[in-house]
Design a protein around this ligand. Sequence first.
Ligand SMILES: C[S@@+](CC[C@H](N)C(=O)[O-])C[C@H]1O[C@@H](n2cnc3c(N)ncnc32)[C@H](O)[C@@H]1O
Length: 258
Amino acid sequence: MTLNFVGLGLNDELDITLRGLDIVKNCDVIYLEYYTSMLNCNVSCLENLFQKKIIIADRNLVENKAEQTILNDAKDKEVAFLVVGDIFGATTHTDLRLRAHKLGIKSRFIHNASIMNAVSVTGLELYKFGKTTSIVFPEPGFEPQTPYDVIKKNKKHDLHTLCLLDIKADKEKYMTVNEALKNLLNIEDKRKESIITPDTLVLGCARIGSSDPIIKFGKVSKLLDEDFGEPLHCLIIPGKLHFIEEEVLEIFKVEVNP
Ligand SMILES: C[S@@+](CC[C@H](N)C(=O)[O-])C[C@H]1O[C@@H](n2cnc3c(N)ncnc32)[C@H](O)[C@@H]1O
């Protein structure tokens, strides 16, 4: 039948579109991808709204067992694959779509808001963002410097950089803005190219799209000690600013204490 990719938006069960809700209510099986992002509500709130049971799909199920589960179900049933935010914000979802296509399974796509466009609430112009990067929790022998290189390249072209922060869903570990900044300063210590210094102006964001979002704009040295509260967090390194962007950023400015 059909594999329905349905975006849930950024906050809670009420962010699904009317079209998405209609489709989900008519599905026989519902999977929720819950390892690349998270909602600000329990899964039971979604189940109450849909009046259906939800199967939580972890990375192993989606990436290694989809043929026996999601894709097998979609051969003769209406299946919903729910994604927090928009539906193709992670490679893993595109891969699932491709595998469905190769098996001759029809897919349907219901979009929603994504962190990739919601960052426009900061006042930064979306079309002036360069490549997005991810900052991961460092591990012994695995301390990638990719984010530093992406920021460097974007800056060279006057572009903003959105840094998505690591999630270890199985351990309920979500990287904070503070941890991300420490990570970048550690790389700066090794590279010494003055891409991220304590004086660099950055934006820390938390829970964008929720009822209690936090956006703070200031020097790295200041934001390192700011509390951004509950997850999810992301970090933005602005490129060259237009005067309108500068004016909006003033709203979020965190002053350094005298
Ligand atoms: C792989 S991305 C999520 C993609 C998702 N499908 C979407 O369209 O928004 C996950 C990362 O984006 C950032 N993120 C997602 N939602 C966020 C939000 N509401 N506020 C702040 N950061 C967010 C966090 O850094 C999080 O670890």
